[in-house]
Design a protein around this ligand. Structure first.
Ligand SMILES: Cc1cc2nc3c(=O)[nH]c(=O)nc-3n(C[C@H](O)[C@H](O)[C@H](O)COP(=O)(O)OP(=O)(O)OC[C@H]3O[C@@H](n4cnc5c(N)ncnc54)[C@H](O)[C@@H]3O)c2cc1C
Length: 266
């Protein structure tokens, strides 16, 4: 399983092996110091149309899956933006000349689902969330506010009209998005809150949304995309029983995922 990053639906993915597609990298561009754009030709890959959809990526010679947001998928041409951080399987692969390499890609899946009554969107995320936030901003007609915690200048990455607050990470590989969200001046009426980034920040925010804001599950989607290394290692917990018990109790993916994080102590 992905180190430290378990999308709500990936617990499901663990029980049924996702379809895999052969891909070839056709282009590599440096978007900013910490962001590399890869274009891949992936015959047969079909978009779900969900704005934060992601694919699993298995780089050549490896078997572990890492998840990347579909920046775009036009015909067979998949574009993903890869964050280059200190050390990592995909980071190291994407840092080098990977054009011509043949990774595997899993079928896209997504979870961004504003309820029909949503009159606004709040999007919060770090650099790993930028592809999804850019895609949402380019596609929605709802009034949208964005908080982006990124280490690089990203001119033109979001559509020109976007109402965005740019934040600098407190240190390399660190995030303070939870504190930022707790200080947000919440809009009136029904809306949808979407957030992704470092897992411990996401866990705090799920608690804040449930306990302080009393938001119904359908009003938000908060996903841990990666976990900062700390001196404390998470406990190994089998997600299967938690998933089955949660489903049997009629819990949402979001609740089950929060319980899984809780059990692991992250
Ligand atoms: C649904 C979903 C969508 C995602 N979309 C994207 C996307 O579009 N672009 C993207 O770049 N990432 C995205 N991610 C996050 C990405 O999957 C993780 O960051 C992944 O761990 C990176 O793999 P790696 O092989 O480079 O590093 P790994 O080998 O997994 O990790 C090595 C170490 O690096 C650290 N680390 C991992 N990620 C980061 C990071 N981003 N910043 C700082 N330190 C880190 C961890 O402490 C880890 O121990 C997404 C994750 C999910 C679940």
């Amino acid at each position: 399983m992905l180190a430290g990053s378990v999308p709500a639906t990936s617990l499901e993915v663990m029980t049924t092996r996702a379809a895999r597609y052969d891909a070839v990298v056709t282009r590599r561009e440096q978007v900013s110091p910490h962001l590399v754009r890869l274009t891949l030709s992936v015959p047969g890959l079909v978009s779900t149309g969900i704005l934060d959809e992601w694919v699993g990526l298995v780089v050549p010679g490896q078997f572990q899956v890492r998840y990347y947001t579909v920046r775009s998928l036009t015909g067979d041409e998949l574009v993903v933006d890869v964050v280059i951080h200190e050390v990592g399987l995909v980071t190291e692969w994407a840092s080098g000349d990977c054009v011509g390499d043949r990774p595997m890609v899993t079928a896209p899946q997504g979870s961004f689902a504003p309820p029909p009554e949503a009159a606004w969107l709040l999007l919060v995320g770090d650099l790993t969330a930028m592809p999804a936030m850019a895609r949402v901003c380019s596609s929605t007609s709802l009034p949208t506010r964005v908080w982006a915690e990124v280490p690089d200048d990203l001119p033109g990455y979001l559509p020109e009209h976007t109402d965005v607050t740019w934040l600098t990470p407190p240190a390399e590989g660190r995030s303070r998005l939870a504190e930022v969200v707790e200080g947000i001046d919440w809009p009136a009426g029904e809306g949808y809150f979407w957030m992704a980034g470092e897992s411990s920040q996401m866990r705090s925010i799920r608690k804040h949304l449930m306990r302080a804001r009393h938001l119904p599950n359908a009003a938000y989607d908060v996903m841990g995309y990666w976990r900062a290394v700390t001196s404390r290692h998470p406990r190994a917990v089998d997600p299967g029983p938690i998933w089955r018990a949660g489903k049997a109790a009629g819990k949402s993916d979001e609740q089950i995922w929060a319980e899984y994080d809780e059990a692991r102590g992250v």
